[in-house]
Structures are given as C-alpha cells and as structure tokens.
Design a protein around this ligand. Sequence first.
Ligand code: SF4
Ligand code: SF4
Length: 313
Amino acid sequence: MGNTGIFVPPVGMGVLTVGRTQLNLPLAEGAAVVRYALERGIDFLDTAEYYETYPYIRAALAKTDIRPVIASKSLSHSYAGMDRAIEDMRSALNLDVIDIFLLHEVREAPDFESRVGAWTCLCDAKAKGRVRAIGISTHYVDVARLNAALPDSDILFPLINMESLGVRDGAGPGTKEDMAAAIRTNSERGKGVFTMKVFGGGNLTGSYLEALDYVSALPGVDSIMVGMGKMDEVDRLAEYAEGVIDRSYVPDIKHKKIRIDRGDCEGCGACVPVCPGKAIRIEPDGIAAVNHDVCITCGYCAAACPVRAILLF
Ligand code: SF4
Ligand code: SF4
C-alpha cells in the first residue's frame, strides 16, 4: 500500500457487517465468518471504534495462526479521544503495533480542521511506533484531495462505486470521476488506497462483477473493502480476488433495507445528523422515516438510535 511497506490482498473484509449495527451475529458465529475469510486468503480486515467489532476479531484470531493486516478508525475530534481509541484497540486485540488507524469519516475539508487534535495524536502515535500507518476515511472528494496534500498521511480510505452512490464533494454531491482522480493523485504521492461501498450499500449488488471490476480497475486502488457476513459471500469474493470466479455469477439481489420500527421510535432525532446522505428524517407524526432512494445502508443511524428502533433486514 503506497509507501507503507504493508501488503494486502485485492479484497478485504469489512467486519462491520457481522456487528451490532448490521447482522448482529452471536460472537462465535461472527468470529467464524472472520476466521473463514482469513483462511480463504482475505487477510485484510477493516473495523472501527464505533462498530464495536473487536471481540469478533479477537475471537477469530484465537483460533488461527494467520495474522491479518487490521485497519481501524475513530470518530474522535480530540487528542485525548484518539489516544483512548488507539489504546482501546491495542488492548482489545492484544497488539503492540496497530497496522492502520484512521480519522473516521471526515466530512468536508473544514471537518478535518476541527479534528486537528485527533490528527496530531495519530501523527504522534506513528512517531512512537504505536501505529504503523495513518490516514483518513471519507465519502468526500474534497477530503480525498486534502489527504493527498498531507505529508504525514499514509492511507486514503474513500467511498467510490460505479454509480457515484454516496460520493460527496463539499456541501454537494460528488462524482466517481472526481473521486477516481483524487485516488490517483493520492497513489502518485505514495499513499496506500483501499476503498469502501463498491456496491453502494447493497444497491449495486445486482451488478456484482461489473461493480467490482469498475473499482478494481481504477489506477491507484490497492484493495477493495467489502462487508461480509456469510461464508458464501466470503467464497465469492475470495474467488474474485483469485481471478477464478464464475463470470456468469449473479447474486441474490433481495436487498436488505433500513427500516424503522414505528412502535419503538421515540422521535428523538439522534439518527438524523449522523446520516451521511440526509436519507433519514423525522416525519410530521414525530416518527423517523428513511428515503431508500438515497440510503446507502451504512448503518450509522442504527448505531445512534438509543432505543434500537432502526433495523436492517
Ligand atoms: S438512513 Fe441510516 S443507513 Fe441510510 S444512509 Fe442514512 S445513516 Fe446510513
Ligand atoms: S434515533 Fe431511533 S428513536 Fe430516535 S428518531 Fe431515530 S429511529 Fe427514532
């Protein structure tokens, strides 16, 4: 990955999928999926402080000698918050050195300025050898461009897919072409790049191979991070990474959707500001509602809901 000296497979496993905001698998079941991915050669995992999925990874690693590259990230703004997030991961996964740790979901370039404390902590952690590579995850083209200009950043983790679903640029929508250009610039400047949302949160799953091929072919992309929650999903993606997938493969495209349990929703509004695409709102009757035309099933709203009224099925 760029100048980091870290080597990853062409497809990585997003562990979010097995966790509480999505499938919410029992620990042993989720850990088994993680371990299966490792055994199939997908030895690159993405997680986050916010996802609360470290226990799945720890349980998976307890039953294998494979040691994957693990990337994590924190939504922290402050130095102290980021410092705590780094130590929590080192402790939870029994790691001396974290491979990759990122600022999680930087929204527009000014948001980076507001998180300078957390960024300074990441730089210090790298200098002290607690983290090997640092960088930014983002849905925003302007933030991807900013990352390319950051001398201390090693990694970009951007959102891109063949329909530009969820790509943002400043206060408005962004395009896949502009994000692809930003990715290329990052790569040319020695940053490692792995991408998210190749299927636009499930909306492009029906164009499975086309969606994977689009991102795989982008100059500068080192790996594609894909959420996996089932063994057969792991199998197909391992086959894709190995170049042996049946090119006539068409997945089951019965899409899961974010749904509101109207009986449980208390109308508190906590889900609204965390949505990256303004896809959820409070209706006049005081209950949340989702616009499925723009929802990318990222699950952030579900994690913010204090009464678990947001479901994915
Ligand atoms: S409604 Fe929820 S799942 Fe959909 S994009 Fe917004 S935060 Fe993500
Ligand atoms: S966070 Fe949960 S309870 Fe609050 S408005 Fe959203 S869905 Fe309803």
